[in-house]
Ligand binder design. Sequence first.
Ligand code: NAD
Length: 250
Amino acid sequence: MRNLNGRTVLVTGGGAGIGAAIVQRFVEEGARVMVADIDTAAGQSVADAQGMGFVPIDVGSLESFEHAVAATVERFGRLDILVNNAGIASLRAPIHLSTLENWHRVINVNLTGVFYGMRCALARFVAQGSGVIVNLSSVAALVAFPELPPYNAAKAGVSQLTKEAAVEYAQFGIRVNAVAPTAVMTPMNQRTARETGDPAAFERALTSMNPMPGAASSEDVAAAVAFLASDDARFISGVTLPVDGGYTAV
Ligand SMILES: NC(=O)c1ccc[n+]([C@@H]2O[C@H](COP(=O)([O-])OP(=O)(O)OC[C@H]3O[C@@H](n4cnc5c(N)ncnc54)[C@H](O)[C@@H]3O)[C@@H](O)[C@H]2O)c1
């Protein structure tokens, strides 16, 4: 990918799953990466394995995000790319049976957390006249999955926030895009698979849901993130790029 070498990247939720693959891909591209995660042991372990930095973060707290951005700048001297990857699964329930606790928890991490990250990074990007943001949306932003109201709403919000920021900040040389993965067998979905009581059936469903055979991998998603962050995508802003084997094309 063009011009990722030497760039400074902050990846939230970099301690597991798609985030860990994103960290690895940026390191392979020669970038300097700050891994940020609420799970200190997991985040530190990914950072140590890659020889990169770690900062604890709860993306659902503005103060925590401000601290993570400041720590990145302190360690590497600047911030060029923010990947808002951290996210959580929703409990399954239709709207009329949903708990408010689950609604607020998922919206806070998956949508407000992305807003916090963009707010912190954009303040710096405007001042330096450059910057790239890549947000983790989902196919759940493009089609609705039953019984996941806050997850669907948060991801649709992330895609719309991505467009809003792309339009607003283009004048400052800043690009903002999102990726929308189909289901990937990360720790998030491994937990969901166990909760169904029949993990094998869940995994079979996951590998047969897309027109393309097989399942998407975290590395497939990481490649799309790296592309959108690189200068190969220098004239691309405001898109939500599905990484879904054709799932949303049907
Ligand atoms: N796995 C999928 O099928 C899938 C599909 C579409 C979109 N996504 C999105 O991709 C992103 C990564 O998902 P994943 O499957 O790798 O999840 P995961 O649960 O496997 O990993 C998520 C990481 O984020 C961290 N995290 C959770 N809450 C946090 C918080 N408040 N602050 C900081 N870190 C926090 C976790 O500790 C973990 O290391 C999420 O935004 C998710 O919604 C995943």
